[in-house]
Design a protein around this ligand. Structure first.
Ligand code: F6P
Length: 322
């Protein structure tokens, strides 16, 4: 008997999403039929999608972004939007819905689809790595590699010109990218939401480093988009950079005003080419999703614990950042 599966890529895109979609469609037996919602949950709400088969999903695993397009749906957060999404599922007689997304997207499935009797499987897909029970969500490794490469580029020019540098990374309110990149690039200060440094502390560390002969300081900074407006405002790369300049000027540090530079890597990180690991993860998440469908195990996300891909109830994976 045919099985009809809907695939949705929600939230921000993550390198490796295409690999995962290629895996799901291409590893599936021929009685599986696939529909890809366009632009995240909006595609489900508005019944806007395409048939996915081997013709349009083969050979896309190395391409970044997501060919289904991603999005954050306002409408899906309303009762009317949910009813429209459910109507689409009913109309197409989907046996299951696979959602690729981060914490917010998977919690959308948990709150709005699962309680309405929809068979849901979540695949952690976000550069933020904000899904519990998942060592690496899809996209994290690519964004990590790309960020290190970009910070290396910045570092070389900053060091050459004896400058201090503040670099803000994406990651929403999960510190994993910031901590990993900060360590790998040997940043002098790694500043996360959970481990903020006061402006005085930053000034002191930088001044000490200089006294000890280090001509250039690097600070890696976590964005906290939407979590705490005050924190967000005083921890933007620009704000901190300006402040450090002011402190340096006040303290008569030679050439201080020309010393500090700021960068926000932002979407450059998310547009990274999928790393080999993310393509491998995509293939494995795909295999596991098909295994779960065959076993009729729904209401779960696929976690990665050690080297094992496991099924975790959706309710359990939400804890990481809440
Ligand atoms: O995909 C997650 C994420 O990259 C966060 O790290 C970031 O804050 C956010 O998306 C940015 O999203 P948008 O595409 O809406 O600017």
């Amino acid at each position: 008997m045919n099985k009809k599966i809907c695939i949705i890529a929600s939230g921000g895109d993550a390198p490796g999403m295409n690999a995962c979609i290629e895996g799901i469609v291409n590893f599936a037996p021929s009685n599986f039929k696939f529909f890809g919602a366009i632009g995240g949950y909006d595609g489900l709400v508005n019944d806007n999608g395409i048939i996915l088969d081997r013709t349009n999903t083969s050979g896309i695993s190395h391409i970044s972004g997501c060919f289904l397009k991603c999005g954050r749906s306002e409408e899906f957060t309303t009762p009317e939007g949910v009813q429209k999404a459910l109507a689409t599922i009913k109309r197409h007689k989907f046996d299951a819905v696979i959602i690729l997304g981060g914490n917010g997207s998977l919690s959308g499935a948990m709150k709005r689809l699962e309680p309405n009797g929809i068979n849901v499987i979540g695949i952690p897909s976000t550069i933020d790595n904000d899904v519990f029970f998942t060592k690496n969500s899809l996209g994290f490794s690519s964004a990590f590699e790309e960020s290190v490469r970009l910070v290396d580029n910045l570092n070389i020019t900053m060091r050459t010109n004896n400058r201090d540098h503040v670099v803000q990374l994406m990651g929403w309110y999960c510190p994993d990218l910031t901590n990993s990149v900060g360590l790998a690039t040997f940043a002098d200060i790694i500043d996360t939401f959970d481990n903020r440094h006061s402006h005085a502390q930053i000034a002191k560390i930088w001044a000490n480093n200089r006294k000890e002969g280090k001509q250039s300081n690097l600070m890696i900074l976590q964005e906290t988009k939407g979590k705490d407006i005050h924190d967000e405002a005083i921890h933007s790369a620009n704000y901190l950079g300006d402040l450090m300049r002011a402190i340096a000027t006040e303290n008569n540090i030679e050439s201080a005003t020309s010393r500090v530079r700021m960068s926000t890597l932002g979407h450059l990180q998310r547009g990274a080419s999928p790393s080999a690991r993310d393509r491998w993860l995509g293939a494995n998440y795909a295999k596991k999703a098909l295994e779960l469908i065959n076993a009729k195990q729904f209401g779960v996300a696929i976690g990665l614990v050690g080297d094992h891909f496991i099924a975790v109830p959706l309710s359990k994976i939400m804890d990481k950042i809440s």
